[in-house]
Design a protein around this ligand. Structure first.
Ligand SMILES: Cc1ncc(COP(=O)(O)O)c(C=O)c1O
Length: 343
């Protein structure tokens, strides 16, 4: 009844975080301000939920397009950027999908679901990307689709602009530059968008994880092809209304992202001062560290009611932990807990 390769998979696991300081999923730690919550509630009360949602979402796409100075025809909306990753894997030419490794797990997982061969191209020991090697392997494997997470999850770093640009210029297939962490990074790649290069964004990390809204910015002809594999009404009415309201108050989220960036710098410095902790550069809203015993550190933080992510399943991530940047108070609690182990 069910394919054997699907049976062999394990479902994506989300740990129960009730009662814990939740620093495992790169969410924004700041809830919506009360005044904005009230405005949102008033607008949500007008929702016609007995009708299907607006299928074309012209207004919402216009608002998002205006933020980037592109046309609405260049915007594709997804139920999270995860859904757009799936659309890309469905629609792209047959052939392998390639991505550096380690990187975002959904690229490989969705490729497996759709029986698309997956080529993982290892990063070096600093989690850096070798563009020559990348281009050589995608050429050899005849990859038709490639993902570059810029900055990368779970390593946190942003690969050199020249390397990303060279891959964009020389890769013969469809290149997806996944900018889930753009609000926390020093640069983006929207200027690279063309017939074969697409940029992926999400609102999840800047404070709207619960809405499930991501988008692609691409050439209008590419977006119109991808739109053919978008399930009808993929963005529900409540998310559409909420996004419309929140986009009019984006300064709130820009400010929060700025304080998260500041806290990230403070955390990097504080974590770097522990002789037993190796830190990696981050341009995201999380820091990745290597400790002598990740299991012990994970359990110790959990005892202090702090949930972080223990990175596993990859030889290069042995004893690595990924800590989402929280509020200053939450970050202090992380540092206190780590001091108990490593001071
Ligand atoms: C690199 C990267 N891309 C995409 C996503 C998925 O985001 P969304 O919540 O929009 O599905 C994530 C989430 O962690 C991510 O790290």
């Amino acid at each position: 009844m069910i394919r054997n390769d699907i049976r062999a998979l394990t479902a994506y696991e989300v740990p129960d975080a009730s009662g814990l300081i939740k620093l495992d999923a790169m969410e924004n730690p700041y809830p919506l301000p009360d005044s904005l919550r009230r405005t949102l509630a008033e607008r949500l009360a007008t929702a016609d939920i007995h009708r299907y949602p607006d299928a074309a979402m012209e207004g919402l796409r216009e608002k998002i397009a205006a933020r980037h100075g592109v046309s609405p025809a260049q915007i594709l909306l997804g139920n999270g950027s995860d859904e757009i990753i799936q659309m890309l894997m469905i629609a792209a030419d047959q052939g392998a999908c390639a991505a550096p490794s380690p990187s975002f797990v959904m690229y490989e997982l969705v490729a497996k679901w759709l029986r698309r061969p997956f080529t993982a191209i290892p990063l070096d020991e600093h989690f850096d990307l070798d563009a020559d090697r990348f281009l050589q392997v995608v050429g050899r494997e005849k990859a038709s689709l490639a993902f570059l997470a810029c900055p990368n999850n779970p390593t946190g770093n942003l690969w050199a602009a020249g390397d990303v640009e060279r891959i964009a210029a020389d890769f013969g297939g469809l290149l997806v530059i996944d900018e889930a962490y753009a609000p926390f990074a020093d640069r983006d790649h929207l200027h690279l968008v063309c017939e074969h290069v697409l940029v992926l964004r999400t609102f999840s990390k800047i404070g709207w994880a619960g809405l499930r809204l991501g988008y692609a910015v691409g050439h209008a002809s590419l977006i119109s092809e991808l739109n053919k594999v978008r399930l009808p009404y993929n963005i529900n009415t409540l998310s559409q209304i909420a996004a419309d309201v929140l986009l009019d108050h984006f300064e709130v989220f820009d400010e929060q992202a700025a304080s998260i960036r500041k806290e990230r710098e403070r955390m990097q410095r504080a974590l770097g001062a522990f002789p037993d902790i190796q830190t990696y550069p981050s341009q995201t809203n999380f820091v990745t560290i290597r400790v002598p015993d990740a299991g012990q550190a994970f359990r110790h933080l959990l005892e202090r009611r702090i949930l972080i992510k223990r990175l596993g399943g990859h030889a290069m991530l042995e004893n690595c932990l990924r800590i989402t940047i929280g509020t200053p108070e939450q970050n202090d609690q992380v540092l206190e807990a780590l001091k108990e182990l490593y001071a």
